[in-house]
Structure formats: structure tokens, C-alpha cells
Design a protein around this ligand. Structure first.
Ligand code: FE2
Length: 481
């Protein structure tokens, strides 16, 4: 009888332990912080150029690689870009609203560039301005007698305001592999409908090819056109945009990227397309460059530093409550890949991020997914020994989402033990969505490629740091880290 009771007692204890672990793991959404999800993953390979996703649009001089991005500071302008291959053709865009067939015309500019033995097609950029908010526009490019025209459409964002709901998709390090195609398809098929994409850098991975074969920039443009022609992607430059290769005489960093992907940097007083800001609905998005033109080392008084110094005080949280920063190289990542590469930038800028209560920081570069708790490491100076990040409710959540599926494969070597600040980490391909509900709440989810379209592998309701700075951490530990 005693033995039976003992056995039953042990069984009950064991069951409680299991239930407790279950509770920790699932109720606290990351209380056990490392996902146990393991996917057998072979290294991604690029889709061959003969793939249907890279097909050239039919017809003479048909515009290809069509993409749009925001063209001013508030969302009433759009930059339309495309490439023609046979001859320059027209740089004009004809556009009209869904409800009024009266057509408007804007004329843009044409550029080309050479990269080693590659000569680009004719790259067109046209800004269409004074658009109405929250309106569906149709547009047509390739308008020239005897040429092929193509039509697309987009929605302008709602007017900027503090409680305007808006949904962003977030992707990074996409490349052009079969996995990249799955990631993009998952984003398109997600029942959470992103209205614009925050892209955190590393687009085509053309530099993977001999002499950085720039025809892979072209194929990438054709691959993503099915999305980029219809909704704006907000571009961040990554290291695979550098295309810096002195051995073949290519010494102008970011040459293909800057020629192909224009951004409205002038609208926020920036002097370079690598750092700028936009307002969109209830969000203020600041884009930063992890790489300066010639250096990875950040210091005070660089042009980006000067710009950001003046930029943060301009953010009016009464108008745009959600302050989001995009950069390529993460500041907080517990992955072995690129470990601490963002340090020189973090040391310089992190005090401002805490002071100005940045809500979220999205980065790529590391080919895995990770979400931090709200942490800062600003107390540290060289002598005080306070060199570990601490829980800080005025600090951002840092999200690494470089898991778009590019040819370099997953970064699956995590540092052990998992730091307390790391709320969730996993080496799987995927994308994220951020559903801003109002000035206080935004529902964030990471969607793993291996799951169903509607699945949310990691979800958090974020509370706005300015309007509702309640603790939104998902792990229980609040102790000093
Ligand atoms: Fe990168």
C-alpha cells in the first residue's frame, strides 16, 4: 500500500512538473524561450533563371521589375520604378483613381549604370504626387507608341493620425531561392493582409555570383514584382547591397541598389538614401544604415549621426504613436552568426532609442528569427562593470528577421545558454506581420514557412511605449540580467 501511494505520489509530482513546464512553455509564450521546433533543412538553392517567377513580361520593351515605395514623408506620393530592356521608352506614369476615370500623367527620370562587364537596362523612376489618402489608384507604365504597356494598382495609406489602424509585413534577407519564393508566397497568402512591407535589407544576393552578376538583380526584380508593384516596400540597405569589389574596379558602394531602389530620403532632410524616415498611418518609421559608405564603424558626428540627432526630436507621438526603426545588422542577437557586429552602432545610438521610447527595432542579417524582451545596455560605461543588458520598459523590443530564405542558408548555431533577454529564437524561414490597432496596442506575429498560412508561431500584443507603457514582456523573469 505504501509502495502504491509512493508510486502514485511520484506520478502526481511528475504530472505537475509536466503541466508546469507546459504552462511555462505555452501560457507565457516563450517562458521556455527557445522554440523546440526543428525542421530538417537542406541549404537553399537559387531558382534557375528559366523559372516562371523570373519570366520576362511579353511584348516589345515591356516594363519589368515594377516596384513602388512611398514618395514623400506622409504617404501622399509614390515612387514608381521599372526597367525597360530594348530601348529607353517613356519614363511617364499614367494614373487614375478607382472612382474617377480621369487620367493624370507624371514624368520621371531615366538612369543606367555599368557594373564590371554588365550594363543595366533602362531604369525609370517616377514620383506621382498629391494623391488622395486611402484611395485605390490604377497606374500604367511603358506608355509609348508601339511599346507594351502594363497596368497595376495600389492603395494609398490612410491620413496620418494617432489611432489609424495599419498592417505592415516584415521581411528580410530574402534572396531568390525556392525558400525565398515560399516566404513571399506565405506573406501573400497570409490571412493577415499586410498593406506595406518593411524590408530590413539584403535583397537579391546577386553578389553571390561571379563578378556580382547583376542580371541576378534583374531576376530578383522580376521575382518580387508580383508584390512590389502593388504595395510599397520600405527599403533598408544591407551588406549584400554594398557590391564593393575593388578587384574588378567596382569601388562605389551600393551602386546597383541606389540606381534601382529609390527612396524619399530628401523628404526627411536626409542627405543620403541609406537613412531616412517616413510617416505612414500611425507609424513613424526610421530607416538606418548599418554600413556607412566606407566603414562599418559608427561614430559621433557622421552624417547619419547628425541626421538622427535632429530626427528623433521631430517625432510627434501625438500624431504617430508607433516609433519603429529598421536597420540591417541587429544590436541584440544570441546567434553565433554575426555576433555583436552591431555593437559600434548600438553604443552610439542606443541611449537615444531609450530616451525617445522607440517601440520596435527590426533587423535582418542573421538568418534566423529572434525576439528580445525590452532591454537596454545604456548604463554601461567603461569602468562601472554594468556590462549586461537589463530589463528596461522604456527600451525597444529588438526583432531579428533575416530569415527570408536566401542562398546562404539558416544560421542555426545559437549561443548557449540562451540569454534571459532573448524571448524567442528559432532558425526557421518566415516573415512577420504587425497589426497596429490604435495608439496603444499592436498585434505582432512571426509566421514560420513550414506552418499553415494562418499559423502564428510567435505572437505578442505590444503596448505602445509612449501612450501605454505597460509591461508587455512574455517571459516571467524581471530580474536583473
Ligand atoms: Fe546581411
Amino acid at each position: 500500500m505504501m509502495q502504491f501511494a509512493l508510486k502514485m505520489g511520484l506520478l502526481v509530482c511528475f504530472s505537475i512538473m509536466v503541466l508546469t513546464l507546459y504552462h511555462e512553455a505555452f501560457i507565457y509564450n516563450g517562458g521556455i524561450t527557445s522554440s523546440s521546433f526543428v525542421i530538417k533543412q537542406s541549404k537553399p538553392i537559387d531558382m534557375p533563371l528559366s523559372s516562371d517567377v523570373f519570366s520576362h513580361p511579353p511584348g516589345y520593351n515591356a516594363p519589368q521589375q515594377v516596384h513602388i515605395t512611398q514618395g514623400d514623408h506622409v504617404g501622399r506620393a509614390v515612387i514608381v520604378s521599372w526597367v525597360t530592356q530594348d530601348e529607353p521608352g517613356s519614363s511617364s506614369v499614367v494614373y487614375w483613381t478607382d472612382t474617377n476615370p480621369q487620367k493624370h500623367k507624371a514624368t520621371g527620370k531615366l538612369t543606367t549604370y555599368k557594373y564590371y562587364n554588365y550594363t543595366s537596362g533602362f531604369i525609370h523612376h517616377c514620383i506621382i504626387k498629391n494623391l488622395k489618402f486611402n484611395t485605390k489608384y490604377h497606374y500604367e507604365v511603358g506608355i509609348e507608341m508601339g511599346h507594351t504597356t502594363r497596368r497595376f494598382w495600389f492603395m494609398t495609406p490612410p491620413a496620418v493620425g494617432p489611432d489609424v489602424p495599419y498592417t505592415f509585413g516584415i521581411m528580410g534577407d530574402l534572396g531568390q531561392t525556392y525558400d525565398s519564393n515560399v516566404t513571399l508566397t506565405r506573406y501573400e497568402m497570409n490571412p493577415v493582409k499586410g498593406q506595406a512591407v518593411l524590408f530590413v535589407g539584403d535583397l537579391s544576393y546577386a553578389d553571390h555570383y561571379t563578378f556580382h552578376d547583376n542580371s541576378r538583380w534583374d531576376s530578383w526584380g522580376r521575382f518580387v514584382e508580383r508584390c512590389t508593384a502593388y504595395q510599397p516596400w520600405i527599403w533598408t540597405a544591407g551588406n549584400h547591397e554594398l557590391d564593393y569589389k575593388p578587384s574588378i574596379g567596382e569601388t562605389k558602394p551600393f551602386k546597383p541598389f541606389i540606381h534601382r531602389y529609390q527612396v524619399p530620403f530628401w523628404a526627411s532632410g536626409s542627405t543620403e538614401p541609406l537613412w531616412y524616415s517616413i510617416k505612414r498611418a500611425s507609424a513613424y518609421v526610421i530607416v538606418l544604415s548599418s554600413w556607412l559608405i566606407s566603414s562599418y564603424i559608427h561614430s559621433m558626428y557622421t552624417p547619419q549621426y547628425q541626421w538622427l540627432h535632429e530626427e528623433f526630436p521631430k517625432v510627434n507621438r501625438g500624431e504617430t504613436p508607433w516609433l519603429i526603426v529598421l536597420m540591417h545588422s541587429p544590436w541584440y542577437s544570441s546567434n553565433h552568426d554575426h555576433f555583436m557586429e552591431g555593437e559600434s552602432m548600438r553604443v552610439i545610438f542606443e541611449p537615444w532609442f531609450v530616451k525617445y521610447k522607440v517601440d520596435l527595432v527590426f533587423a535582418g542579417h542573421v538568418h534566423a528569427y529572434e525576439r528580445s524582451e525590452r532591454i537596454s545596455n545604456v548604463a554601461h560605461n567603461i569602468v562601472n562593470g554594468e556590462c549586461s543588458p537589463v530589463s528596461d520598459q522604456f527600451a525597444p523590443v529588438y526583432i531579428t528577421i533575416g530569415d527570408g530564405g536566401n542562398i546562404e542558408g539558416l544560421a542555426n548555431k545559437m549561443r548557449e545558454p540562451q540569454p534571459k533577454y532573448s524571448a524567442y529564437r528559432e532558425a526557421s524561414f518566415g516573415h512577420a506581420t504587425l497589426e497596429i490597432k490604435n495608439r496603444t496596442h499592436a498585434y505582432y506575429s512571426w509566421h514560420r514557412n513550414a506552418d499553415g498560412y494562418a499559423a502564428r508561431a510567435d505572437s505578442v500584443m505590444f503596448f505602445n511605449r509612449y501612450w501605454y507603457p505597460k509591461d508587455d514582456s512574455t517571459t516571467k523573469s524581471k530580474r536583473r540580467w
